[in-house]
Design a protein around this ligand. Structure first.
Ligand code: MRU
Length: 354
């Protein structure tokens, strides 16, 4: 699709009740039920993952995708391994490496593993009920991450609304709504909130192929560019769907604000800057073919990085569940990160006007 006006379409949007990922308890489970995003919009098909190889495959093939939802997939995956009596640490390690850029995946897996191991230690390895109690703890952690993500999404929408003026003309890049979240998403949650408030005059949904219409033309026309993020380094560098960097440069050149929306869990304080973010390289066939049909001459090869990294200096504001942060730099992110992982309290005022 090209960059096009979606306001009319939004008016007819179904209630956003899609749960792209759902835990299934026994006796039907334990399992993870995933909305197969590779088959949308033609078909709403559900994939039930009953073991870690199946989930790993679903993550790699983008059946389940988007940073916040990958956080849930990582955590519930660890719970699944624990319920099955698998090697839980090995499962967490495998899942964390399924995709390298979206930090929520390894973050979610690590948190569920921590909960599992802590419960195991507390009960004592010799206790026959230890494995059951530890599995319950991992599952409780996954459920908590899901609840936190839904709350973060709602808070991001609330805070982000302050960036959207009346009759706003917004450009967004890639997919950041209910399909990637336990709530209504990140950037798209803000857009929906703005739409409900009657503020969106025009929304462009940016797809930059085949003629780069979105990147070349739409940023020039937009009043606000709003994207999500898959990983944000401590200095504010933003890894997001490839094409984001070009948009940010264009937005900057044309004096258009460029804002990023993501939960605090997407900030990777262990990554100092862009060089510390591993960008996922995907198969070239994803570019040279479409839905199984070749769209490039036989023998063509393609370099297919899934993401690019945008310099913090190009990011006007970062919207998280804790408020609107600007400017975006190591100092303001450090303030934002204090108390990371806690539920939302009163919005932290880390906003510094440029
Ligand atoms: O399909 P993915 O997992 O590669 O998609 C990532 C994205 O959808 C975007 O980069 C998005 O802006 C960040 S995730 C909400």
């Amino acid at each position: 699709m090209g960059a096009f006006d979606l306001v009319a379409a939004m008016a007819q949007t179904r209630a956003v009740g899609t749960r792209a990922l759902r835990w299934l308890d026994p006796p039907a489970g334990p399992a993870l039920v995933l909305l197969d995003q590779t088959r949308l919009p033609a078909e709403e098909a559900w994939l039930t993952c009953r073991d870690i190889p199946a989930l790993d495959h679903a993550i790699r093939t983008l059946v389940v995708r988007g940073a916040p939802l990958l956080g849930l997939a990582g955590a519930y995956g660890v719970a699944l391994a624990a319920c099955r009596g698998d090697d839980v640490a090995a499962a967490a390690d495998l899942l964390a490496r399924s995709r390298p850029t979206a930090v929520n995946l390894s973050w979610g897996a690590a948190r569920a593993l921590d909960a599992y191991q802590a419960a195991h230690r507390a009960v004592g390895d010799a206790d026959p009920g230890a494995a059951r109690r530890a599995a319950d703890a991992a599952l409780a952690q996954a459920r908590a991450i899901e609840a936190d993500d839904a709350a973060a999404s709602a808070a991001i929408a609330r805070h982000g609304l302050s960036l959207v003026g009346e009759r706003a003309r917004i450009l967004t890049h890639c997919n950041t709504g209910a399909l990637v979240s336990a709530g209504e998403g990140t950037a798209f949650a803000i857009i929906l909130a703005a739409h409900r408030a009657g503020r969106v005059a025009q929304l462009w949904v940016d797809e930059t192929r085949p003629l780069l219409q979105g990147a070349r033309l739409t940023a020039y026309e937009a009043g606000l560019v709003l994207t999500g993020a898959d990983r944000i380094a401590a200095d504010g560098s933003v890894a997001n769907k490839v094409g984001t960097y070009g948009l940010a440069v264009l937005a900057h050149h044309h004096g258009v604000p460029f804002a990023v929306a993501a939960p605090v869990s997407t900030i990777d304080f262990a990554a100092a800057g862009a060089a510390d973010i591993k960008v996922e390289l995907r198969p070239g066939e994803e570019v040279t073919t479409f839905a199984g049909t070749a769209v490039a001459p036989p023998g063509s090869t393609a370099h297919n990085p899934a993401f690019d990294v945008t310099d913090a200096a190009l990011v006007t504001a970062l919207v998280t569940e804790r408020g609107v942060t600007r400017p975006v730099n190591a100092g303001t992110l450090q303030s934002l990160g204090a108390g990371r992982g806690s539920r939302e309290g009163a919005p932290t005022d880390v906003s510094v006007e440029r």
